[in-house]
Design a protein around this ligand. Structure first.
Ligand code: HEM
Length: 435
């Protein structure tokens, strides 16, 4: 446990201990601390540990990028560990560096382009379902639809044909509870154990050559080797696969959930996305890397959605060694809190910050690079799935929005659920109408 020495230069902050978690109260607390003390705040947590809240973009960049080796993952990651073991998101130091080097090639653009057909197939599955709902005049739970889309997509991207043959049994997806159950408690741990058994048997069959697989993440992970020519052990592979599933679907699903909600209130923005989709994706056959790259306005809409609703709304780190930020010392062991949600809605950098305006991300806006924006983090630990997620979200919107108008069924504003991921507190329902 670290207790600050009198000789340390600490930023201003409250005298009394401050409770911090990954919850709505913490957002209120951090917003208040920034208002009262400025962009760098020091405090003590009830356990005595020193903590900083950093809201200065230059220092945020220093922590996440330039000095990232001095910091490790921070409070809250113990809970994620229960689910993901020591996979890429939670590992640190040499273990992380080795895994990241082995995994990075799987996310090269060429590999992701080979998965575009899967993105199209998963969008078409939604199309069929929404057509039935529209024909019957039924409502659509857009929160669970976007979640099912993203979960199915990541599972097929990882397991290829094994998804339909081995994972879906009696029409049930055994991974579906991951999107419904936000509690990372003991029952989740038991269910995760079952999933790991299922994955082990799929891996063993793959290794024994029972399946001739064309391309999927599992085949790339199975052939990945470190600089000594050594592959992942079975335990490491399971941790990395669970990490990929959890990291790879909830974030994109939440973003799509918010996009559908936002677009329904902005007909001009909706019309521009449709016009772009009709130009570049007139049918499913025309979906490819070039046509998706050309969809610049849709990209702006997604970036603006991620500004307002960054799925990872709070990052935590712990200083692994002494550091200095601005004019202050950071003693080893200090907990660090950074929030894209707060910085990306700061009036100081983003005029009229609560307004949804994709023009902020237009190529012609020369100031956009100077504004704090890090929904995918920054530096060497930046999200490995960023390109994949933009591709999947563009395919989803580009194929579905021109075919369905989603009508809001009420005027209520969804409350925020501020857990490890930022979600809508309640499912969002909409009424699909065929155009
Ligand atoms: C809108 C979509 C997404 C957002 C906003 C997002 C955001 C993030 C953020 C903020 C981090 C860093 C967390 C931290 O350092 O504390 C991260 C890491 C990661 N993400 Fe994503 N992510 C998205 C989609 C995806 C997808 C689709 C995949 C996989 C297919 C993925 C895989 C990963 C992995 C493996 C890491 C760990 C990287 C490392 O530590 O080296 N993410 N993501």
């Amino acid at each position: 446990m670290t207790s600050a020495q009198p000789s340390y230069r600490l930023p201003p902050g409250p005298e009394e201990p401050v409770a911090l978690g990954i919850d709505p109260e913490t957002l209120t607390t951090l917003t208040r601390l920034q208002r009262d003390y400025g962009d760098m705040v020091s405090m003590h947590r009830p356990n005595g540990r020193l903590a900083y809240f950093i809201n200065d973009p230059v220092e945020v960049h220093r922590i996440l990028a330039r000095r990232h080796t001095r910091y490790r993952k921070g409070p809250g990651f113990e809970r994620v560990k229960m689910l993901l073991g020591n996979g890429l998101i939670v590992s640190d130091g040499d273990v992380w560096r080795r895994s990241r080097r082995m995994i990075q090639p799987a996310f090269g653009r060429q590999n992701i382009h080979r998965l575009v057909d899967v993105m199209v197939e998963c969008s078409q599955r939604r199309d069929r379902h929404w057509s039935r709902l529209a024909a019957n005049g039924e409502q659509c739970n857009i929160t669970s639809e976007t979640s099912d889309f993203a979960l199915e997509l990541i599972l097929i991207s990882i397991f290829g044909k094994d998804y339909d043959d081995r994972i879906i049994t009696d029409g049930e997806n055994p991974f579906a509870f991951l999107s419904r159950d936000s509690a990372r408690d003991l029952s989740v741990v038991l269910r995760v154990r079952h999933l790991r058994e299922l994955l082990t048997s799929i891996i063993e069959d793959r290794k024994s050559g029972k399946h001739a697989e064309s391309f999927d993440f599992l085949s790339v992970y199975l052939s990945a080797v470190d600089k000594h020519g050594k592959g992942f052990s079975r335990g490491e592979l399971l941790d990395e696969l669970m990490t990929l599933i959890v990291a790879g679907f909830e974030t994109s699903a939440n973003t799509l959930n918010w996009v559908w909600y936002l677009i329904a209130s902005y007909p001009d923005i909706e019309a521009r996305i449709i016009a772009e989709a009709e130009r570049f994706l007139p049918d499913a056959e025309s979906v490819n890397s070039e046509s998706l790259m050309a969809m610049e306005y849709t990209q702006q809409v997604l970036e603006e959605t991620l500004r307002l609703y960054p799925p990872v709304w709070l990052f935590t780190r712990r200083a692994h060694e002494d550091d200095e930020l601005a004019d202050y010392d950071v003693p080893q062991g200090t907990d660090i809190y950074l929030s894209p949600f707060i910085l990306q809605r700061s009036e100081h950098y983003w005029p009229d910050p609560d307004c949804f305006d994709p023009e902020r991300f237009a190529a012609s806006d020369g100031n956009k690079k100077d504004r704090p924006y890090f929904p995918f983090s920054l530096g060497p630990r930046r999200c490995v799935g960023e390109y994949f997620s933009f591709m999947e979200m563009k395919v989803h919107l580009g194929l579905l929005l021109p075919r369905f108008r989603m009508l809001r069924v009420d005027d209520s504003r969804p409350e925020l659920e501020l857990g490890i991921n930022l979600r809508s507190a309640n499912d969002i329902f909409m009424k699909p109408v065929r155009r």
